[in-house]
Design a protein around this ligand. Structure first.
Ligand SMILES: *[C@@H]1O[C@H](CO)[C@@H](O)[C@H](O)[C@H]1NC(C)=O
Ligand SMILES: *[C@@H]1O[C@H](CO)[C@@H](O)[C@H](O)[C@H]1NC(C)=O
Ligand SMILES: *[C@@H]1O[C@H](CO)[C@@H](O)[C@H](O)[C@H]1NC(C)=O
Ligand SMILES: *[C@@H]1O[C@H](CO)[C@@H](O)[C@H](O)[C@H]1NC(C)=O
Ligand SMILES: *[C@@H]1O[C@H](CO)[C@@H](O)[C@H](O)[C@H]1NC(C)=O
Length: 561
């Protein structure tokens, strides 16, 4: 069934486009110098790999036997606590999702729906707005992941000029960078609310204000805020673009300034044809617009007095989209309402694109967020995490389905903060998200482990392994391309001591070396002469890095498990 559906989708896209891959996939090969590692016996010894971006790993012993990475489920096992016994196991780059908080929102009733969430003031305050424009504040302690709901709620209905008491809207938050106020945007207007305020503090008066420059639209489908630019997807009315405050000194200025409306003429569509804009996102000087039936439109908005269309990607029956770098994910549905996801590679400078993968799963889309390496999809009863194109078109297993851990379906989620200590970045990168379902508030941790080897031997032993790994780059800071992967081979000698060492920690994490020191030793074997230029750039990079003394150090650290 799925197979037929894929053909159907591909045929459908073929009608619209005859795009083909602009480049052939290339695998570069590199040979790492042999390496000797020392292990403390009866301990989990973790060696971080010199190429931390590896997404495919094989560890082969002297007899040629391959140690497959054990199956690790995204939502039920912490890699830190994975126990290896009397052998070595190699782990490729791996994501992990853990729920940290589930707070039942007070005074919810069955007909209360929350429409958006935002975190403000260095993440201590969370705001949620309901479908009838009630604003609720929470104080979050992100050290212990506990939240306190403020008793007082603010009824924003009082500030809009509508007589109807029974408002049901889908409101959105917009907090322009550096601004002291946030906007709550809906078809009833844009309402300014203060960011730095305590709802339960009797001594402060909270006076929301309706923005006078806001152009009211029949419906608001999505909004996007980037720095001080605000873009509003307004269905049939196109996309309204505003700037918040003229200069930095006007951070307290509760005013937005209208810049443009993107509609038929800018989209190069005859005015007789009806547009229906359901999605919008700004990143740097590019504005991405999603039309329900026409697909994705990309504009260059560098010159605020002259926006121009640089690309269009026709896709019918779209639902939502997001992008990161060169990868665009679009959720759409077939004529019979079966949803699917397109992963599209973009080449903005060449103004071309290519549909790399199509995902069909039985899901009902709710929300999407893309990060540098993963795309997280929230559906009604599952979460799906896709390792997207930065992992190339080479990846064997690129999809993880996680059953939802929310009793009531998750509606919206938002990036909260990231932990970026140098050391933890080498081993894993941690990102936090907050979100809400129909009745509760949630926080969860997304941990992205880099590739490593874990060894544990219960006696004195010496073993030789061959490590084969595929990575998206051969060296740190290399510009990645979805069309290139790097396959590396390295011989590793592991020696476990025989004496019992007194130590409190169960796990010895040894940062064997920094990535960049080793790149000086990488031998790149070219598969194709075309890549000479590429190698030259690697050598140049290596030269540059040689001068960075801070990378040359060998670090050793112990960490309690
Ligand atoms: C790496 O990529 C190559 C070529 O795409 C593939 O044959 C191989 O199985 C992959 N995995 C490893 C661990 O080498
Ligand atoms: C919840 O409702 C009760 C009674 O209606 C009220 O006293 C209380 O202040 C409300 N709490 C919140 C957080 O709104
Ligand atoms: C956008 O246009 C400006 C000139 O108006 C140009 O310098 C810039 O490179 C363009 N950006 C992209 C991503 O095409
Ligand atoms: C922006 O576009 C307008 C109208 O085409 C032009 O007059 C102006 O010089 C442009 N500004 C920049 C900075 O390119
Ligand atoms: C990484 O490279 C360094 C040499 O720069 C070497 O000492 C170390 O053992 C290597 N690590 C691994 C896991 O191979």
């Amino acid at each position: 069934m799925i197979y037929l559906l894929l053909i159907q989708i591909e045929l459908l896209l073929a009608v619209n486009t005859s795009r083909i891959r602009s480049q052939e996939s290339q695998t570069l090969q590199a040979v790492f110098p042999d390496s000797s590692l020392k292990a403390i016996h009866n301990k989990q010894n973790i060696y971080l790999l010199n190429i931390s971006q590896a997404y495919d790993i094989e560890l082969i012993d002297e007899k040629g036997q391959i140690f497959e990475t054990p199956y690790i489920s995204l939502d039920n096992l912490d890699l830190d606590h994975f126990i290896v016994e009397n052998e070595c196991v190699a782990f490729p780059k791996n994501p992990q999702l853990t729920e940290l908080m589930d707070y039942q929102i007070q005074n919810k009733s069955d007909d209360t729906f929350y429409s958006d969430i935002i975190s403000a003031t260095d993440y201590q305050d969370l705001y949620i707005v309901t479908q009838d424009l009630m604003l609720i504040q929470f104080k979050l302690n992100s050290q212990y992941w506990v939240v306190a709901q403020q008793k007082k709620q603010i009824d924003l209905k009082k500030y809009v000029d509508v007589k109807d008491e029974k408002i049901r809207t889908n409101a959105f938050f917009s907090c322009p960078k550096g601004h002291l106020n946030c906007l709550v945007i809906s078809e009833y207007g844009g309402i300014w609310i203060p960011k730095f305020i305590d709802f339960d503090d009797e001594s402060t008066e909270i006076v929301p204000e309706l923005d006078k420059n806001f152009i009211k639209r029949r419906e608001i489908k999505r909004i996007s805020t980037f720095e001080s630019i605000l873009a509003i997807a307004a269905g049939e009315d196109g996309v309204d673009i505003y700037r918040c405050g003229y200069k930095i000194s006007s951070n307290f200025d509760k005013k937005i300034y209208y810049l443009h409306t993107i509609s038929n003429s800018l989209m190069e569509i005859p005015s007789s044809q009806q547009i229906y804009i359901i999605g919008v996102k700004i990143q740097d000087d590019l504005l991405y617009v999603l039309d329900e039936d026409l697909g994705v439109y990309i504009f260059n908005i560098t010159n605020s007095s002259k926006y121009h269309l640089i690309m269009k990607i026709p896709i019918p029956r779209t639902i939502a989209f997001d992008f990161y770098g060169n990868t665009l994910m679009v959720v759409a549905e077939t004529v019979n309402h079966i949803q699917y996801i397109l992963e599209i590679f973009l080449d903005i400078t060449a103004q071309t694109y290519y549909v790399n993968r199509v995902y069909v799963d039985d899901f009902t889309f709710v929300d999407i967020q893309m990060t540098k390496e993963y795309a997280i999809f929230i559906a009604e009863d599952t979460h799906m995490i896709i390792k997207h194109s930065i992992f190339n078109a080479f990846l064997k297993n690129n999809k993880e389905l996680v059953r939802t851990f929310f009793q009531e379906q998750l509606i919206r989620f938002q990036h909260f903060s990231s932990e970026d200590e140098y050391y933890s970045q080498r081993y894993s990168q941690t990102t936090y998200y907050v979100g809400f379902s129909r009745k509760s508030l949630h926080a969860w941790k997304f941990r992205n482990y880099n590739s490593f080897i874990n060894c544990n031997f219960n006696q004195k032993v010496q073993k030789q392994y061959t490590l084969k790994l595929n990575a998206s780059a051969c060296y740190l800071n290399q510009q990645t391309s979805p069309y290139i992967q790097c396959q590396m081979i390295q011989k590793i000698n592991i020696e476990s001591d025989g004496t019992l060492l007194e130590s409190d920690s169960l796990t010895a994490i040894i940062v064997v070396s920094s990535i960049s020191s080793s790149i000086l030793l990488i031998l790149i074997i070219l598969l194709c002469t075309k890549w000479r230029k590429f190698v030259k750039s690697i050598q140049l990079k290596a030269e540059n890095l040689k001068n960075l003394k801070s990378y040359g150090r060998i670090q050793e650290q112990e960490q309690n498990a």
